[in-house]
Design a binder for this molecule. Structure first.
Ligand SMILES: *Cc1c(COP(=O)(O)O)cnc(C)c1O
Length: 371
């Protein structure tokens, strides 16, 4: 069986180190507000070359707290609009509505699965305050004109970097490109904790300060509450695990690129469309969180591969605007997004896989006769 994201196998190379730091945290008696979280914030800040990193409870909160902080700062008002790709994971949508803002979906580009920058400007209105580029599947969602567009309309660019830790655009890391960025360290993400964790990165010192308070009941000094905050703190244990895994993430991403290249070289099938990127192995703009192909008979391909003992997943089967949770958006039509959700299939790709397993999957894919 070739599993999809086998976490036990992914963490096995680091198991001894992880157990050692767990013991260290247990023995320290410091489980929250301790040195590991501070050290992680410092290490991430250096990794990203961004002055301020605030560790929080998860990626959804990271996004939501950025938006809420802009409201507390007086830059956004409740009811303002935020542009985001229509095909993103539901968390991006949820963070916006949780902050009292309005999500305005924009169709993605069919080739990259990322925002179609040509379509952004037409969606900007009087209430638009922010753009959320999502580096979906690990691929940088950025464009040389994005900053200029944001400046023209006085918009904030808030990166959803849950899926692309370590990716780069012209030498700058994702999460360092916009005004603020949210990270998720959910176990199966590129930099995965052993539980929930997330972070915010920003060069805006005041924003970072507000987020730090918001994540701790809206309090900076104990028992003085400046904002109606939440409880969204990263604990010492997760910070300790992340400090271990951060050391290896670039090496893992390098291996992910090698595996992606292996798929691209070995899959040859007239009806299966591969993600396009030239010079895959050396292109830092993709870290291959997911290797996503398209097929008009996606469900057939998925069942066929399961039959061959290859696990695959669909990211994602239902577009956010068709979800029951977003009844207000159900009437909208996004044909490209809908087609993506009908046709995408994620093949196994993670740092624990060998080149041989990827070649095996590729050979099975080539033998698919369903279309
Ligand atoms: C995982 C993910 C999130 C949310 O992160 P959690 O840590 O699970 O809360 C947000 N956006 C995207 C695109 C994600 O993939």
């Amino acid at each position: 069986m070739i599993k999809f994201s086998d976490l036990q196998k992914i963490n096995r190379p680091y198991a001894e180190e992880l157990k050692a730091v767990a013991a260290e945290v247990i023995d320290s008696g410091r489980y929250l507000f301790g040195p590991k979280v501070l050290q992680l914030e410092q290490s991430l800040s250096e990794y990203l070359s961004v002055d301020h990193v605030v560790a929080v409870g998860n990626g959804l909160d990271a996004l939501r707290l950025i938006l809420q902080a802009y409201i507390e700062k007086g830059e956004f008002n409740k009811g303002d609009e935020v542009l985001l790709p229509a095909n993103t994971y539901i968390a991006t949508f949820l963070s916006i509505v949780h902050a009292g803002l309005v999500p305005v979906p924009v169709e993605p580009d069919f080739e990259t699965f990322n925002l179609d920058f040509e379509k952004l400007e037409a969606r900007i209105g009087g209430k638009t305050k922010a753009i959320v580029p999502v580096h979906l599947y690990g691929r940088v969602c950025w464009d040389g004109n994005l900053k200029g567009l944001a400046a023209k309309y006085n918009l904030k660019i808030i990166e959803d970097n849950a899926q692309a830790f370590g990716a780069e655009w012209l030498g700058q890391k994702t999460g360092a490109l916009g005004h603020a960025a949210a990270f998720s360290f959910f176990p199966s993400k590129i930099l995965g904790a052993l539980g929930d964790a997330g972070a915010v990165a920003t060069r805006d010192a005041e924003l970072a300060q507000i987020i730090q308070s918001l994540a701790n009941y809206g309090s900076k000094d104990k028992y003085q509450n400046l904002y109606k905050g939440v409880n969204s703190r990263m604990d010492e244990m997760q910070a300790a695990f992340l400090l271990v895994k951060l050391k290896y993430v670039d090496g893992e991403n390098h291996w992910r690129r090698t595996l992606a290249k292996t798929y691209l070289e070995h899959i040859v099938h007239p009806e299966i469309i591969l993600p396009h990127l030239s010079n895959v192995e050396n292109d830092p703009s993709h870290v291959w969180h997911l290797f996503v192909v398209r097929s008009q008979d996606r469900d057939g391909l998925k069942a066929y591969l399961m039959d061959k003992d290859v696990q695959t997943l669909v990211h994602y089967p239902i577009p956010p605007h068709h979800q029951s949770a977003f009844k207000g958006l159900n009437h909208m039509s996004f044909p490209i997004t809908e087609r993506i959700h009908r046709e995408v299939l994620s093949l196994p790709l993670d740092p624990s896989l060998s080149k041989e397993s990827v070649q095996t999957v590729a050979a099975f894919v080539n033998g698919f006769k369903g279309c």
